[in-house]
Design a binder for this molecule. Sequence first.
Ligand SMILES: [Zn+2]
Length: 421
Amino acid sequence: MSEALDDKPKCCAQIEPYFYFPGFSSESELEPCQFSGVRKFFEVDGKHYCCFHMPMEHKDGAPTDKEDPSWSGRTSFKQGIRGALLRGFGERETVTYEVADLRGVVFPYEFGLIEALEHPVGVNPKTGDGRAHFPFLRLEWACFYGSAEFERAFFSRGAFFTNVEFRGEANFSDSEFENWVSFVGARFMELADFSANEKTPPFPSIDFRWAQFERGARFTNRRFSEPVDFWGAVFHVAPDFHGAQLHQGCTIEKAEFLDVKSLHAPSAYRTLKLAMEEMRNWDGMAKFHALEERSLRHQPGTHWFVRFVSWSYDVASEYGQSLARPLVGVIGVFYFGFLLYCFVLGLAGIKGDASLLVEVLKFDTMQMVKPFDAIISGVGITGLGPWGRFFFGIVATLQTLATAGFVTLFILAVRRRFRMA
Ligand SMILES: [Zn+2]
């Protein structure tokens, strides 16, 4: 059980040090709590936390008191967050302002930052439409247990959502960012909604490197006026970019798209393929073409033969993306052919020395350089009977066809990769 400790304040034990990049483990010390002046601490697993950094769960997964709506720290939590946001606006008449430092804060269920502002602290100076206006926000390593509601919010001075964990839905629909924004390493465990309408100003420089989209990402009609970086991001569900306008500096290298089964996947990837085509990004186009074909293959109602051909093309060259796979195919056919010839010779009871092996190897090679030679000019292995010749002919024909197929795929992949369209 966690308990409130009103006596001598101890240092707040924050959950994580604030690293910019995820996946870095470090021995460095935890940063001190930014909420100075806190006098009430809560004990969780032997550590003392302020109401802001207090976790929602014990190490064993059992909920702490913070999960209870009547938790004693709730009022000071709300006031403290509001205070931080107000300080972030600073003196309204001067240009000096502080950062609203909410790093590492654990937001309980049903707590929204927009509500924390209570009445419009900063009415959007451009439109005056009463939208929630946020100062320069730092939220690194924060965690939202409930849904994070930022619908129509206006972020005027940049926002750091680096490594934030969104356990509920993250709603940034129609939100407006006037300065750069970082979602590096953010984890979206439910839907991440960044959709926009035609009036929403375009996104400025936005960084989604290593972000995890676990339940879908919506960028419908969103415009990007500056580069957007998805390097290393993982999309567990095909993202929706319908109507979006990507910037030419859009980076999708190393981004992973894991969904090839949901019903909307083919159209989602087709949209991205067309966006890549517009930007003359051939590699990106090939990537989304492959994803589209792969998703189509998994749609219910697809004929088994179409499925088989599509699967074969995928295995043989990843729909024209891979240069290595067709080459491996040629070598594989050569090796497999050699084994089959030896097997047929064994069945025919022909035993020989090294010279016979050389003869088989030579025959195997001939099928690659002189297609259908075995049928046209007859099979030339010493001592083969009529049945042996027949089987050799069949295997040789299949080998020739398969080799020709792989060579064609290789040429097509080279052309696709290095063409200048
Ligand atoms: Zn703290």
